[in-house]
Design a protein around this ligand. Structure first.
Ligand code: NAD
Length: 500
């Protein structure tokens, strides 16, 4: 098989990296390297940042309407190239084509949101805060913004970042995941085709060396990160130490509470899609079901088990495939070791999909289901990021609520019930950032904002929606008076609107 060689895109040009490390990119369904790239070194990264810094003055003066026009063009191009983008995602990530098409669609929503960037940047104006004096706000871009992204959403997560930042008038350096770079590079080419001037979006592929340059470079004003919690915590602390604005969206352990009155069929379908879709490699995947009452747990296990055993596992381009491989051999081994740890800790492995991993060169693992999981087990405390679902049995709703709220992660959660009072109590009291009521993966649409709580997000801003606009802009408040106002002489006291 011939190997495809990729290059970085800096100032609209295709550039070979100068890092000492080459990255191998696999097709995880066959376990083979299909693509390679020489990583971006610290100096390549500094060059991308310097270009973005140089272009900022010009780009920030382009009117929001003209920037929106580019987003309209970009929208058309993404729609036209959706199948191609989805194939690039699936080939390197392993998720099914239908799932990859869905991911491109979620990224597209952000582009659509930014076609009306004028609307989101409009400001407040107050006439006559004092006699002849008006006050108003401006939302202005920051300068060079940057994005460091994970492997599991090669299109959607980068689009949460650069699309909003650029629409707000910033320039951008995007550091793609070294495991799945092809789609992000192609999206960058399409952005240029849409009319974006060279140097506004610069896309590199690198590891810690590139990230450390981003975190310490004096021209970088903001860092957006999505990835695992230990790396996110490091990025948040280092970025803040260098006085950058930082948002770091991190790991998760998402619980779904199933109340005794929940619709069993609806709950079963929801759990299957949310736990095993994308092989469990979603930050909003359901990895814990909290069953309220033994009868609820028994009924769920009875309905879930045959479906999990019959999941069609295979490569993204096989007909009818429901679940693909996980991203790498290391990831597969890590997931298998968690299953082992769960059994040793005393949880009951009701469905054991581990043997699937023995029958292929690809990084496959079958769906696993644990019952009788307790909160001290590593399969409960840790993010496994694979197709492993834990059932925790509790007796009451209050116990379920406490369990969810006490977990160190607080990304997403859901409750399945027919009772409005319980649902309302849950949505108001649970200590988690994104909550679903009979919706298993409550990923907010682009006009709302995405972000977790606790160790699922460091910093105070989520992505897209108004949170995203606020993150990529700074507020300026102007108080203005024109010479025709009344002359009162110098004022030595601190004046207020009540003064004439
Ligand atoms: P990761 O933390 O390994 O990598 C994320 C990014 O950080 C990559 O670009 C990588 O190159 C870089 N990186 C890795 N190690 C680094 C280091 N030591 N120093 C500096 N940079 C480093 O995450 P991943 O495995 O690519 O993605 C999976 C994780 O992302 C999961 O934990 C998942 O929950 C999380 N995630 C969170 C969200 C969210 O919105 N909360 C969304 C998607 C994924």
């Amino acid at each position: 098989m011939s190997i495809n060689h990729l290059r970085h895109i800096i100032n609209g040009e295709s550039i070979k990296g100068t890092c000492e490390r080459d990255f191998d990119i696999y097709n995880p369904a066959i376990g083979e390297v299909t693509t390679k790239i020489t990583g971006a070194s610290a100096s390549d990264t500094a060059k991308a940042i310097a270009v973005a810094n140089e272009k900022f003055g010009e780009w920030s003066k382009v009117t929001p309407s003209k920037r929106a026009q580019i987003m309209f063009n970009y929208r058309e191009l993404i729609i036209k190239h959706t199948d191609e983008l989805a194939e690039l995602i699936s080939k390197e990530h392993g998720k099914t084509l239908a799932d990859a098409v869905g991911e491109v669609g979620r990224g597209l929503e952000v582009v659509e949101y930014c076609t009306s960037i004028n609307n989101h940047l409009k400001s407040d104006f107050t006439a006559d805060v004092s006699t002849g004096i008006d006050s108003y706000n401006l939302r202005q871009p920051l300068g060079v913004c940057t994005g460091i992204v994970p492997f599991n959403f090669p299109a959607m997560v980068p689009m949460w970042m650069y699309v909003v930042a650029i629409a707000c008038g910033n320039t951008f350096v995007l550091k793609l995941s070294e495991k799945v770079p092809s789609c992000g590079l192609r999206l960058t080419e399409l952005m240029h085709e849409a009319g974006l001037p060279n140097g506004v979006l610069n896309t590199i592929v690198g590891d810690k060396e590139a990230v450390d340059e981003i975190l310490s470079n004096e021209h970088v004003k903001a860092v957006s990160f999505v990835g695992s919690t230990p790396v996110g915590e490091y990025i948040y602390q280092e970025g803040c130490r260098h006085n950058k604005r930082v948002q770091a969206l991190c790991g998760a352990k998402n619980h779904m509470i199933v109340m005794p009155d929940a619709d069993l069929e609806q709950s079963t379908d929801a759990i299957i899609g949310a736990a095993y879709g994308s092989a469990g490699e979603r930050c909003m995947a359901i990895s814990v079901v909290v069953a309220v009452g033994d009868e609820t747990a028994d009924r769920l296990i009875e309905s879930l088990s045959p479906i999990i055993k019959s999941l069609k596992i295979g490569a993204y381009n096989e007909a009818g495939v429901e679940m693909g491989p996980v991203i790498s051999k290391e990831s597969q081994q890590k997931i298998l070791s968690y299953v082992d740890a769960g059994v040793k800790a005393g949880a009951k492995l009701v469905v054991d999909g581990t043997s699937v991993s023995e029958n292929s060169e690809g990084f496959f693992i079958g769906g696993c289901l644990f019952d009788n999981v307790t909160s001290d087990m590593s399969i409960y405390t840790d993010e496994i990021f694979g197709p492993v679902l834990c059932i925790v049995r509790v007796s009451t709703y209050d116990e379920a609520l406490t369990l969810v709220s006490d977990h160190e992660y607080g990304n997403g959660t859901a409750i399945f019930t027919r009772d409005g009072d319980t649902a309302r109590h849950f949505t108001s009291h649970v200590q988690v950032g994104m909550v679903g009521v009979n919706v298993p993966i409550p990923v907010p649409v682009a006009m709302h904002s995405f972000g977790g709580w606790k160790r699922s997000l460091f910093g105070s801003s989520g992505t897209h929606g108004m949170e995203g606009i606020r993150f990529y802009t700074q507020l300026k408040t102007v108080t203005s008076r024109w010479p025709s106002g009344i002359r009162k002489g110098a004022e030595f006291h601190f004046s207020s609107g009540k003064d004439v």
